[in-house]
Design a protein around this ligand. Structure first.
Ligand SMILES: Nc1ncnc2c1ncn2[C@@H]1O[C@H](COP(=O)(O)OP(=O)(O)OP(=O)(O)O)[C@@H](O)[C@H]1O
Ligand SMILES: O=P(O)(O)OC[C@H]1O[C@](O)(CO)[C@@H](O)[C@@H]1O
Ligand SMILES: [Mg+2]
Length: 476
């Protein structure tokens, strides 16, 4: 079999610079696979829909801004049902696994995968893998049916459980092979999708007829290529409750400061969108935009000015912001190899209190709110539920049509199949030279922290984090 097809991009070139970054297909590496008519054509719900099946050549452009003479650029295969399928209904043994941190909508995706397989394609065997990747070889499976997933979308979390670490490709693929699983639906973030790519490589190396499908999940919105990840809108909406509380507290007391820490390990999307949505936020700090405390243009100067102007202020900080400012570095990793972060919310709160007390500028009243896990643990809102449904149904259509080694994702508002290597190409981050960050700066009128970093040198004055770690509540 040689190296798997995923290691070599499958590119189709057309005229005027058109490039299709295609996804692998089972028939690329297993010859003479039989095909069957799509059972959807006999499904009363769909049989009347005109052009329900996607044209085999349909693709979606990665970039939709074009110039008169620009090349057509990269495209992805359009998701959706095909005329021909590569699995018979009673042949399918599907498995679903959820990996990484929680995210609103996980249960909705599970539900819609199960219901999509049952109701659209007549599949009757769907297994849930307990506890993430390691569940393939260390836990039991549970049988999933439309009946037992019926109302799980109303609950946060994942009914399957999740985990970090424990990706042992050989053991996972052994388990897939031993159980006779031939469609694997893997729901998770960037790490999970990299793990899915390895499973796919091993499956193609063994020549198995198994479709490996990723469904992108991350509350941080840090997965590249896709428009946004499911659960992100819910997270932004839920963050409003914490920001509102911080604002109410801050404006009800003299020189009140409300500090809210939101998730975002490497990417500040939740903080940025929650700030833009709220309009009560005076300053938003994210990992992509380094800031400093002391001196002209620094945070202390801005906070003092805002308090003098308005008598109160709200500061939103993403958990990955300002990590470079800590005097004590904590080089610990979680089981997946993600760097564990120091509690920047607690740190910034303590530094603000110390600064205003030491400099005798004015007495401040600071309230620190850390809603991070509350935001992640809620069920998804209505629009995320719809989004989860489309992602799950697209994933099922793709697997039934024989595509494999792909992530089901929304690109420019259209459902597509994206090759794994594009999803694994590095985190999606807020680009601070783009318009969205400029919109935020003009909405909050906060400093850009780009002009002078002179005041940043006096870091010795800031309370070292190791002294504060005793108060940390969210890192074990
Ligand atoms: N490069 C990799 N190769 C194989 N497996 C990986 C890789 N990176 C991560 N994994 C596995 O994927 C699973 C989830 O990874 P991780 O904890 O990084 O979360 P994630 O999927 O990125 O989600 P999130 O960051 O949104 O919580 C873990 O079981 C981990 O072992
Ligand atoms: O669940 P854990 O391991 O505490 O991880 C928390 C991390 O997970 C995420 O929610 C998603 O990666 C990050 O925002 C956060 O840093
Ligand atoms: Mg991740």
């Amino acid at each position: 079999m040689g190296s798997g097809p995923n290691s070599k991009p499958k590119l189709v070139e057309g005229s005027l610079g058109y490039v299709l970054e295609d996804v692998p297909h089972l028939s690329d590496f297993i010859p003479h696979l039989p095909t069957y008519s799509n059972p959807l054509q006999d499904n009363p719900a769909y049989s009347v829909v005109k052009q329900y099946f996607v044209n085999v050549d349909d693709s979606v452009p990665e970039k939709i801004i074009a110039h008169k003479d620009s090349a057509r650029g990269v495209h992805f295969r359009r998701a959706g049902p095909r005329q021909k399928v590569y699995f018979e209904s009673d042949e399918v043994e599907a498995a679903i696994v959820t990996c990484g941190g929680l995210c609103p909508g996980l249960n909705t995706v599970i539900r819609e995968l199960v219901c999509g397989l049952y109701n659209m394609y007549g599949v009757k065997t769907v297994l849930g893998i307990n506890g993430g990747y390691k569940g393939f070889y260390a836990h039991n499976t549970i049988t999933l049916s439309p009946k037992n997933v019926n109302d799980i979308h109303k609950r946060g979390g994942t009914i399957l459980g999740s985990s970090r670490g424990g990706h042992d490709t050989t053991k996972i693929v052994d388990s897939i092979q031993d159980r006779g699983i031939n469609q694997v639906y893997i729901i998770g973030g960037d790490g999970t999708q990299r793990g899915a790519a390895k499973i796919f490589e091993e499956i193609t190396r063994r020549g198995l007829k198994v479709a490996v499908v990723g469904i992108p999940k991350t509350i941080d919105n840090d997965i590249p290529v896709i428009d946004k990840s499911f659960g992100f809108d819910t997270a932004v909406e839920e963050a409003q409750r914490a920001i509102n509380a911080a604002h109410v507290e801050a404006e009800s007391i003299e020189n009140g400061i409300g500090v809210v820490k939101l998730m975002g390990r490497y990417s500040g999307f939740i903080a940025m969108f929650a700030t833009l949505a709220s309009r009560d936020v005076d300053c938003c700090l994210i990992p992509e935009s380094p800031f400093y405390l002391e001196g002209p243009g620094g945070l202390y100067e801005f906070v003092e000015r805002r308090l003098k102007e308005n008598g109160h202020m709200v500061l939103v900080i993403a958990e990955g912001a300002g990590q470079e400012l800590f005097t004590v570095s904590m080089q610990t990793m979680d089981a997946s190899g993600n760097k564990l972060l120091q509690d920047v919310g607690l740190w910034i709160s303590q530094n603000l209190k110390d600064h205003f007390a030491k400099e005798k500028i004015m007495p401040i009243n600071l309230k620190y709110i850390d809603p991070t896990y509350m935001i992640r643990a809620v069920p998804s809102n209505a629009s995320d539920n719809v989004y989860c449904t489309l992602l799950a149904q697209s994933a099922v259509h793709g697997a039934m049509a024989g595509y494999t080694g792909f992530t089901s994702g929304l690109v420019n508002g259209r459902q597509t199949y994206i090759p794994f290597y594009r999803i694994g190409e590095g985190p999606n981050k807020v680009v601070i030279t783009d318009r969205m960050w400029a919109r935020l700066l003009s909405s909050t009128n906060q400093p850009s922290f780009l002009i002078s970093k002179g005041g940043n040198e006096d870091k010795k004055e800031e309370a070292p984090l190791d002294k504060l770690n005793g108060h940390c509540s969210d890192k074990k």
